[in-house]
Ligand binder design. Structure first.
Ligand code: APR
Ligand code: PHB
Length: 389
């Protein structure tokens, strides 16, 4: 088999890249280790920056997102029971859209299927070859048979545990990492959300988040130790803990019900540099991880592949390597700013094992500053709704 761009991974990064390239007439093959149902079964954050929505529109998959997505003008922070709303639209004229990552993935999969582009699910033993020269290729095994795809470029959109980054010689890559000493225990429930917008809550017992997927489906999280066992959390225990961490009004209005999903997610910050190795590019979770606190994971993946698609299209249309040469530096600058913001939100909202009386006062001062300073609130607003590339 032969293609222009071999894409490893059919998560949102790989699928969106594929879509943007197909739309520009650049043919692609996507190789995915898991089944389609498995990929669609993963539950992740659901807050889209305006730039992500624009990119999904450009990819021609915005219809359901505009029909079903909830446009949010702001978010609320709750500090030890004091709540404050940040109105992004009033502050900077920008908004975010709440629409589950699962739905984004489903829309992209359907568009790809309709376009007739090739996606190989359950591709085993994917391996990358020759990306330091002019003739890269990708090998994989499907139903026990080995195949090879010759291509011009390989893109690693295969997540944090993928094969692409692992195929780069150690001396060519540098990684930066911070692992946080806690995780998020999340539940999904078919009950209306407690509030119209998201509530990020700081409390001495730990962070909590009230989020949603729609007017009838809610997503809630509480901070737990990193090694916490989900079996130790009955629904009742979860609701009791959540009520303790939010303000009284929110606690009184929670509409509880049986969870339809419950899991613990670890928190990590991670960046790899650079993101280009000859004819191999990394994008999305393969290139970086953010803690979920700023809801940046999917948005960063989208801006990476938006830039990568532009660069590759320029290469084919104008025979210019300027875009692909500049890709790594261009996206890393935005990635680090999103890393900073996610780290900062994580730092002010969580209780760390080492949080002492001094750090608690500093966290409180951050909150008081944010709610008393227009400049501080605007900074939060521009970061949360997404910085330009
Ligand atoms: N071969 C083929 N596919 C692979 C391999 C491999 N060796 N390893 C991993 N994959 C696939 C995974 O099964 C997964 O479907 O790559 C895909 C990567 O998808 P994601 O993990 O969703 O990563 P990405 O597309 O970059 O999306 C980033 O996901 O985790 C969130 O916060 C993150 O929201 C952000 C988004
Ligand atoms: C979610 O709805 O899952 C969600 C929302 C906002 C975040 C993280 C997760 O910051």
């Amino acid at each position: 088999m032969q293609t222009k761009v071999a894409i490893i991974g059919a998560g949102p990064a790989g699928l969106l890249l594929g879509r943007l390239l197909e739309k520009a007439g650049v043919d692609t093959v996507i190789l995915e280790r898991r089944s389609q149902d498995y990929v669609l079964g993963r539950i992740r954050a659901g807050v889209l920056e305006q730039g992500t929505v624009e990119l999904l529109d450009k990819a021609g998959v915005g219809e359901r997102l505009h029909a079903d997505g909830l446009v949010h003008d702001g978010v609320e922070f709750c500090f030890d029971g004091d709540r404050h709303r940040f109105d992004f639209r009033a502050l900077i004229g920008r908004t975010v859209t709440v629409y589950g990552q699962t739905e984004v993935t489903r829309d992209l999969m359907q568009a790809r299927e309709a376009s007739g582009a090739t996606t190989i699910y359950e591709a085993e033993n994917v391996s990358l070859h020759g990306f330091d020269g002019d003739r890269p290729s990708v090998r994989y095994v499907k139903d026990g048979v080995e195949h090879e795809i010759a291509c011009d470029f390989i893109t690693g959109c295969d997540g944090y545990h993928g094969v692409a980054r692992a195929s780069v010689p150690e001396r060519a890559i540098r990684t930066f990492e911070r692992v946080y000493p806690f995780g998020w225990l999340g539940i999904l429930v078919d009950r209306p959300p407690v509030a119209e917008e998201l509530i990020y809550a700081h409390h001495a017992r730990g962070f909590a988040l009230c989020s949603m997927r729609s007017h009838s489906r809610s997503r809630y999280y509480v901070q737990v130790p990193a090694d916490e066992k989900v079996e130790e959390w009955s629904d009742d225990r979860f609701w009791d803990e959540l009520r303790r961490r939010v303000d009284q009004e929110t606690a009184d209005h929670l509409v509880t019900g049986p969870s339809i999903e419950k899991s613990v997610a670890p928190l990590r910050s991670f960046v790899a540099e650079p993101l280009r190795f000859g004819r191999l590019f990394l994008a999305g979770d393969a290139a970086h991880i953010v803690p979920p606190t700023g809801a940046k994971g999917l948005n960063l993946a989208a801006s990476d592949v938006g830039a990568l698609a532009e660069a590759l299209v320029e290469f084919y249309a104008e025979r210019s390597a300027a875009g692909i040469d500049g890709y790594s530096a261009r996206v890393l600058s935005r990635i680090w700013k999103a890393e900073r913001f996610s780290w900062w939100m994580t730092s002010i909202l969580h209780t760390f094992p080492e949080t002492d009386a001094f750090s608690r006062r500093i966290q409180r001062a951050e909150f008081d500053y944010l709610r008393s300073s227009d400049a501080a609130a605007r900074s939060l607003a521009e970061n949360y709704t997404g910085l330009p590339l």
